[in-house]
Design a binder for this molecule. Structure first.
Ligand code: TIU
Length: 228
């Protein structure tokens, strides 16, 4: 057991590294690169790219320290039988889910746009979960994987802060997992939503989690056990 204490808001949190997973939410081309789902919704996708380097640093640490890494991807079956009409028809995007764009069909599994950005590409042994919704627990086996590994704390990263990261953290919190959201490893098309989204998690005594960042995590991990 290696228990470390991470500086976080609203208070430091102790985690056992053997019972902690790094969960990276939806770092897909469709959200982070031009011509994908994010841009079709009218967003400036460059705003999300600041999360890539800190996520890569965290990935390196996890791979070097045998920490469980889980990647998620939002998207749908090619026949779109798992895509609710209410989601497909939402808003007035320039391209809808399933339409063909320069990176293939928007938010469809197997297409280039659905893939994780090269900088954070999964390696063998890292589960990749395909999720049809915003939350990573909805209609996936994420909870089973975490319980089988005895995980009780999640380091959470990815995009977007106020949509899929928030939904996943709320789902995890309700299932009894302690979530530490690494703010610099997350991103939003709306900088104020990112800031406020992080504040919402840590408010009220950490109503559904803790907020920290990769620097504070790595310095805690480098400092060795907080509890012998
Ligand atoms: N649009 C937006 O902010 N997010 C999503 O649609 N999905 C995720 O956050 N992954």
């Amino acid at each position: 057991m290696t228990t470390i204490s991470i500086e976080a808001d609203p208070a430091p949190i102790e985690i056992d590294l053997a019972k902690t997973a790094f969960v990276i939410i939806d770092m897909q081309r469709d959200f982070l690169e031009p011509d994908g789902f994010g841009e079709s919704l009218g967003n400036d996708v460059s705003l999300l790219r600041t999360a890539i380097a800190p996520c890569a640093t965290m990935l390196n640490w996890c791979r070097g320290n045998n920490a469980l890494v889980i990647h998620t991807r939002e998207g749908h079956r090619p026949d779109m039988t798992d895509a609710p009409l209410a989601k497909v028809q939402r808003g007035s995007p320039s391209m809808r889910i399933g339409d063909t764009g320069p990176m293939g069909r928007i938010l469809i599994r197997g297409e280039a746009g659905h893939g994780i950005v090269d900088e954070l590409a999964p390696v063998d042994g890292e589960p990749v979960l395909d999720k049809p919704g915003k939350g990573a627990f909805y209609q996936t086996d994420l909870e089973l994987i975490l319980r089988n590994r005895g995980i009780d704390a999640l380091l959470v990263a990815g995009v977007t802060t106020e949509v899929c990261v928030h939904t996943t953290v709320r789902e995890a919190n309700d299932r009894g997992f302690r979530c530490i959201v690494l703010g610099d490893c997350c991103g939003s098309y709306f900088p104020d939503f990112h800031t406020t989204g992080l504040k919402m998690i840590a408010a009220q005594g950490g109503i559904f989690g803790w907020v920290s960042d990769s620097t504070r995590f790595l310095s805690a991990a480098a400092g060795g056990p907080a509890v012998a």
